[in-house]
Design a protein around this ligand. Structure first.
Ligand SMILES: [Zn+2]
Length: 182
């Protein structure tokens, strides 16, 4: 993403997605603004100048029509890792997506299925260590019994992984509904 992306909010002013964070390039943002599908909520100090028009680049935009979040999250590698907070469910260590693997609690060779309830995130060494065994035949402990997450759970987990760059005008919209600490 090159400079000055905008944060894209749903019509209820929550980000469309937290992880990856819903961002839009400034070029696409301008197209959306001119198509009148979004309203501009906040702006950068930087201006865009053309012979006919000059305005500040939007930093936060909101869709005019509400997009329904999918009720059932797709069963994908990414969503399994996100459900597990990119944490190996055996050694409790945090990894990046390309360092994580799937482990089948009931191994495939014992007819274990590739489902939300039978697949957990595991680092390569834990996966190798467990091998094709049932957990009860190892000295390993599962962090959390896996189940199908809701979209809300995945969204909430995604908040733990903000991108490197957060423009100050985004912060109110990213964290305004988290509970206040006293
Ligand atoms: Zn591990």
């Amino acid at each position: 993403m090159t400079g000055n992306p905008s944060l894209v909010l749903n019509a209820d002013f929550r980000p469309l997605s937290y992880y990856p964070l819903s961002l839009c390039s400034w070029q696409d943002t301008i197209r959306l603004v001119f198509s009148e599908r979004v309203s501009v909520v906040e702006r950068y100090d930087q201006k865009v100048n053309s012979p006919s028009i000059s305005f500040n680049l939007p930093s936060v935009i909101a869709l005019k029509d509400y997009v329904m979040p999918q009720r059932k999250p797709a069963f994908t590698r990414f969503n399994v890792f996100l459900r597990d907070n990119f944490t190996c469910q055996y050694c409790h260590t945090h990894f990046s997506a390309n360092e994580l693997t799937f482990d089948h609690l009931i191994p495939r060779c014992l007819n274990g299925k590739t489902t939300w309830n039978n697949v957990v995130s595991a680092c390569t060494s834990c996966n190798l260590k467990k091998g094709r065994r049932l957990l009860k035949f190892t000295d390993m402990k599962l962090l959390k019994q896996p189940s199908r997450p809701t979209s809300i759970q995945l969204q909430n987990n995604g908040r733990n992984f903000p991108p490197n760059f957060l423009h100050e005008s985004w912060r109110d919209y990213l964290y305004w509904d988290t509970e206040l600490q006293n």
